[in-house]
Design a protein around this ligand. Sequence first.
Ligand SMILES: C[S@@+](CC[C@H](N)C(=O)[O-])C[C@H]1O[C@@H](n2cnc3c(N)ncnc32)[C@H](O)[C@@H]1O
Length: 391
Amino acid sequence: MSVYRYHSLQFSPAPEHRCAAVLHSDVILPETIHQSSELGAGPSGPRRSPSPVHKAREAYVINERLDDKGMFARVWIPQGGVILAEHPALILPRDVKLESLAAGLEITGPQHSNPYDALFSRVDHKEIFALKDCLTKGVGASKGIFHTNALNIELEARGRDMPELQKYQALFLVTSRCNHRQLIVLLSCGPNAVWRFDPLTFKLTLSAVRRISPGEEITISYINPFLPRHLRRAKLQSRWNFVCHCNHCDVPWTIPGAVVQSDKARQELCTFFDDLPDWAEWCAGNDRRDLIDIHLRAMWARDREGLQGFRGGNGAARNVNFKDLAYTKHIDALVMCYGALGDVEGFRAWVAKAREAKVAGGPDSAAHVKVLDMWLREPRKFHVWGWKTQN
Ligand SMILES: C[S@@+](CC[C@H](N)C(=O)[O-])C[C@H]1O[C@@H](n2cnc3c(N)ncnc32)[C@H](O)[C@@H]1O
């Protein structure tokens, strides 16, 4: 177990963004993780141009929800809009008991009877001890807090030929306040937000997968939402101690077959992008399935199941390193299809939707938006314009 070591990451320039981590020795870490403008040092920090996370800082508020805390929207958040971006406060290897590593950890400073306390004490965030602990049904015990709130992430490690991914769990102080289900509208095994972690910037981004209205609770899925209902419920109950009563789980028994139908739809969506007809084959006329109809049906199914954010396939629920949300993949595919058909009206309609999604995603997409604007003005400049009609 000596391969594990204690790592303290010092974020720059804001020292309050410290992160304690127990990492495999081959994990590739940036020496210093610079604050991006989105996570800047606040009002006294360097002047920045407005960023989506400036808006996002006002986009949510953490409020009590009965005796639980939850994250609520303060403003309209567009589909694809960034709600927040944050660095982790604590990272531990997944599937390994921290207690069994304690002897190998080089933890300096005051001694603690359990390694979770030792790591928590290095984080320097008061908020960490105020997080929910569902193991002891309260607040304050470090192991329970980690168990309740940690999210699964992957970090790159040096492999023989190329970087491999190592599995970790990470604690994020703000995103931890997201519940699995809204109190009033009862949506959640179809959540309205999805998070992704980028190991290169060491940053989690929380984005809206549907338009979120002011006052609406912002929810994320705690489990793989493609699982059938009985497994989703069992996992939520065993790890987080609650029974999910969301509208996708509490389907009235008066609707025969509804659960079977929902489970089947989720299973199909999970493998959707793996089983898709090849676009070039479709263009060449070798695959006669209607690619446009296939995407439209999947989008309807996603809306029905509330799975607009999850791509499925390898890494189904994690969305860990996926840059695009599922619904934007469909939109991009429909742009390609209508462009290949040389259908000006259909093409412009889907390019406009793609543009909306990119704009909502923030200024990183500025170059992409420029290209989309050009296609809106001059569809024939699309690189594969009319390809299908030539076959
Ligand atoms: C990551 S925390 C979420 C924030 C938490 N409500 C708080 O006060 O900090 C996870 C805990 O929130 C509660 N929770 C989240 N979603 C829930 C739901 N759909 N039904 C009941 N409890 C839920 C459970 O106690 C769960 O263990």
